[in-house]
Design a protein around this ligand. Structure first.
Ligand code: TRP
Length: 478
């Protein structure tokens, strides 16, 4: 275990009151608050919004899922994001070392560091399948540009997708390409390239998405899509739907595994965590809803199944690209931006692992990222084979890909979020959290504290219990 000489213990005094330790991160700091917002938004906005949100909405029956999702973002996601950024900024190290330091400072058990371990593992697992899907996106940049979708029918588009995922070699090539891209950026330090990339690409993605919504509005089954997304059918709300919605809130906001914690650790002490969190959550949610509005009108207009699964966007959007004038160029630009969105997200999934290797194993960044990237790449092969050679191998009726996704999003992230919440308000003193959040003991702070103290933990625990079936057993139903 390494103790960096300059990772902390600089006691400073503010207004004569002894403040907690003010550390500086050995890995550096964002150049501005705006840079943090960009990077955190870059982490949040990704395949989760444009690929995962629409397909989960379809699988979970539409409006009810969307509503529960938004409630989870507001009531659980936002307060936990504030807590996670706060812990990161206070600890200023990799999640494992941050949790160890903060636990020590607050006189708590050193076991809190395992929260960091779980987060690191979750990041590893998520990135392993995320990269496979990002690989599909890469493939589609070229596929769309080649014009194969011009005039294609729904069936034609579907068979193009099926033939891609049936071919392990092609998937491997794209998965490898994407992992190399991610490893390269992480090895150079997330702050150098990332800020620039996000500054231009995020607005561009937003714009193209708006254009897609406009197109879908004019040509697709718009009213039906609006009804589907925003008229909740409460009979469809089951424990599974609530769990998926909560898991998606964590996934989409990049919460519960230390990614936002590590980004928070590069944040300057003067920035308002509350304001930043609201901006990030708002942008993330808007992108997800826009993606839904772009995709579902096409789903209904072409008689596709909303429950099309992970391939949904790859089987719907190309139909539109095939029919609109200039669709090949427009479509490949869209997929290219999606690649960038996935890239800025995957960087944040790898960052906690790399910072830990640098801090504790004294590796150079390049060596640490190569090692992490290589291991994740290898594990990801399991996910890419789930669509072809291994499609018959199932555990709990789920393929390797489905299982990795399910366990990380629906169990590990909420559990990580729960522990972050418990630590931030039950284990950390109110003075510590208040001073780090930069809030006075007013209404805002109290609301935050209430949500993180009671609402979020209780909600997460109930949902997790419900899903393990204990609740059903206790209440004697089924
Ligand atoms: N939020 C990203 C997306 O929506 C994915 C992601 C990046 C993530 N970092 C994370 C998910 C950390 C969970 C935890 O695509």
């Amino acid at each position: 275990m390494a103790d960096f000489p300059d990772n902390g213990r600089k006691m400073t005094k503010d207004n004569g009151i002894p403040m907690a330790t003010r550390r500086t991160s050995v890995h550096g700091e964002w150049s501005s608050r705006f840079a943090f917002i960009l990077a955190a938004t870059g982490s949040a906005v990704g395949l989760g919004n444009i690929w995962r949100f629409p397909y989960l909405t379809g699988e979970n029956g539409g409006g009810a899922f969307v509503l529960v999702y938004m409630l989870c973002v507001l009531g659980i996601g936002v307060p936990i994001m504030m807590a996670e950024i706060m812990l990161g900024r206070r600890g200023r190290q990799s999640p494992i070392n941050t949790m160890r330091t903060l636990a020590q400072e607050e006189g708590r058990s050193p076991s809190w560091q395992y929260l960091g371990w779980m987060g690191m593992t979750a990041g590893f697992l998520i990135l392993s399948f995320y990269s496979v899907v990002a690989g599909w996106t890469l493939a589609y940049v070229f596929r769309t540009a080649s014009g194969v979708f011009t005039g294609a029918t729904a069936d034609g588009v579907q068979s193009i997708f099926s033939s891609l995922i049936a071919d392990p070699e092609r998937l491997l090539a794209w998965h490898t390409f994407f992992m190399v891209m991610t490893t390269m950026v992480v090895s150079r330090g997330v702050k150098s390239g990332l800020e620039q990339a996000v500054r231009f690409l995020m607005p561009a993605l937003f714009l193209l998405l708006l254009l897609m919504v406009g197109y879908a509005m004019n040509t697709g089954a718009y009213d039906q899509a609006i009804d589907y997304l925003f008229k909740p059918d409460f009979s469809k709300v089951t424990g599974q739907v609530v769990l998926s919605a909560m898991g998606q809130a964590f996934f989409s906001l990049s919460l519960g595994m230390g990614a936002i914690m590590i980004y928070g650790s590069y944040l300057s002490h003067t920035a308002s965590i509350t304001r930043m969190t609201f901006i990030i959550a708002l942008m993330d949610t808007s992108v997800a809803l826009l993606a839904g509005l772009a995709i579902f009108p096409l789903v209904f207009a072409y008689g596709l199944q909303p429950q099309g699964g992970p391939g949904l966007i790859f089987m719907t959007l190309p139909i539109a690209f095939g029919q609109m004038p200039g669709g090949a160029v427009f479509g490949s630009a869209f997929f290219l931006l999606l690649v960038f969105a996935a890239w800025t997200s995957s960087i944040s999934l790898m960052e906690p692992i790399v910072t830990w290797l640098v801090e504790n194993k004294r590796m150079t960044r390049v060596k640490a990222s190569t090692l992490a990237g290589g291991a994740i790449w290898l594990f990801g092969i399991g996910s890419l084979l789930s669509f072809n050679l291994w499609s018959e191998y199932k555990l709990f009726n789920k393929t390797f890909f489905d299982l990795t996704d399910y366990v990380t999003s629906n169990v590990m992230l909420p559990l990580g979020g729960l522990l972050i919440a418990v630590f931030a308000v039950w284990r950390m003193s109110a003075e510590s959290s208040r001073s780090e959040l930069g809030l006075s003991d007013g209404f805002g702070y109290r609301v935050w504290r209430f949500l993180v103290r009671y609402l979020a933990p209780v909600a997460i625990i109930l949902v997790l219990i419900q899903v393990t079936g204990i609740l059903a057993w206790v209440t004697g139903r089924s």
